[in-house]
Design a protein around this ligand. Sequence first.
Ligand code: PLP
Length: 370
Amino acid sequence: MARLNVQASTATMIRIDGRDVLAFGGCNYLGLAHHPAVTGSLAEAAGLLGLSTTASRETTGNTVVHDALEQELAAFVGEEAAILLADGYTANIAICQALARDHGVALIDARAHKSLRSAASAAGIQVFEYEHLNAESAAWLAGQFADQGVLMLTDGVFAADGALAPVPELLAVLPQRRATLVVDDCHGVCVLGDRGQGTVGHFGVRDPRVVVTTTLAKGVGCYGGAVLGGRAVVQRVRDQADVYRRSTPIPTPIAAAARAAVLAAQSEPELLRALRRNIGLMRDGLARLGIATHRESIPIFTFTLESNQRMEEVHRRLLAEDLYAPYIEYPGGPTPRFFRVTVTAAHSPEEIERLLAGLARHVGPVAAGT
Ligand SMILES: Cc1ncc(COP(=O)(O)O)c(C=O)c1O
């Protein structure tokens, strides 16, 4: 599929070919990528500390900004400690490198993000799939391999369709000893939980066997990644993950921007409230068109129409009216190509209504949902 050529953007608009289009794509769930406090903190930190630390953190490349971000991120997500990595993909590599010594087997949700699978295999851990969202299937595998050290890997919120992992059920079938559940929460942080703390907080789970990984490039709106969990496991990443030890951290101004974003996510609860209002508006509006989606408080809405040709046509017609509803090709969706529409805290109810009216015009009432 053709890539977008975005020339300018706000949290709700993209400029393509010189035209401003109302957009429902990406993962800027709270609108923090364009928040003035977030973008404003970049220049200030660059003036004080330069752009790059130019060295790995354990040699000469650490700053108070990176240290503070780790503490604030851990407090936000509700974990004891956090360690920063280059991005969300690398955070998954780091946790697998850190745990490979005593976790011989990885049990992975069949639709988990590719980075989890690659990370486990690259760390030399044998990978087995359990059925998507199916804790019973995971239980059977966990029973076979309990004595080898089990690493269970799942997305918290699945990127393609917004499905929510059954975290309590997975924990219930995870062996008690030498076992870890990694929840990749790239799409849950800033979205789920009463404060936006993510999937684990949403379920109210507190268990030392849980480790969270996340990106800082979606809900947080910046760039980077992190592993979060108990102090001991975070220390293991610090000591044993080569991808952390032998690599330069995220640029300091980006770390400063992420601090501002994490602060805004907590000090401006109206952002999460607006996101949830918009999730409800989009879900109810799609339901009125006969498009069924999930019932969770998740801003990802995935649906298909009867054929690729029809979906392309609807996508094109909406774009002609300056409405961008992403029609994407991505693994883990209901079909190879599908509509994946997201709402953010920054959309107004009128903007959501504009998209729904466009869909009503070009799709009409349909029976096909996810
Ligand atoms: C579920 C999930 N995990 C990991 C990643 C990788 O994160 P990053 O883009 O920060 O490398 C992504 C997104 O791209 C993702 O959706």
